[in-house]
Design a protein around this ligand. Structure first.
Ligand code: 5GP
Ligand code: MG
Ligand code: MG
Length: 183
């Protein structure tokens, strides 16, 4: 694949690199204020949250630890089933910790609502969520998100960590794929 082919695969840029970084700076200032007297454990959800985690963590002017979890929320289909399986668990003990879950996107909300309950049951002192993107029209369950980047339309998006068949994660922006990619 030629480098230029990647741009040809995109129908529309929804959120630019500049907009993402401005928003992460804004959210970081809120997070620093809210956690002024508490040390944060950032929990990134693999693999989509890798870019958000990297940029948010570097924007934060505070001590943070980072840990990772990998979960699978899909059965055989492409829709979230609500049945979540842990593929890679955290290395950290959450007892007494202030956990901030870092996610790429909230679609149905099923994955995050399960994760929230799961992490809370491990004795964390607090568990909050920071998600870069949210699709309000796709919500099946309400997820209490403390820090949200952008509400977007109910389209399948790629880039900035988000994949289609494991590709496009390395795009700097968030974009809608052109229809020809699927066919
Ligand atoms: P849920 O439906 O449980 O909220 O979403 C679960 C996961 O599906 C998200 O964390 C994300 O990895 C993936 N997902 C949801 N919507 C999209 C999308 O528009 N594009 C991509 N690439 N992944 C998505
Ligand atoms: Mg995700
Ligand atoms: Mg994916």
């Amino acid at each position: 694949m030629e480098t230029s082919d990647v741009a040809n695969d995109l129908a529309d840029i929804l959120v630019t690199e500049e907009e993402i970084h401005a928003k992460l700076a804004e959210l970081s200032r809120q997070i620093e204020a809210d956690y002024a007297d508490r040390e944060i454990l950032l929990v990134g959800v693999l693999r989509g949250a890798v870019m958000v985690m990297a940029d948010l963590a570097r924007e934060l002017r505070a001590h943070v630890e980072m840990d990772w979890m990998a979960v699978s929320s899909y059965g055989s289909g492409t829709k979230s089933s609500g049945v979540v399986r842990i593929l890679k668990d955290l290395d950290s003990d959450l007892t007494g910790r202030h956990v901030l879950i870092v996610e790429d996107i909230i679609d149905s909300g099923l994955t995050l609502s399960w994760l929230l309950e799961n992490l809370r049951s491990r004795g964390a002192a607090s568990v909050e969520i920071c998600a870069l993107l949210r699709k309000p029209d796709a919500a099946k369950v309400e997820v209490p998100v403390k820090y949200i980047g952008f509400d977007i339309p109910n389209d399948f998006v790629v880039g900035y960590g988000l994949d289609y068949a494991e590709k496009y994660r390395n795009l700097r922006a968030v974009a809608v794929l052109a229809p020809h990619v699927y066919s």
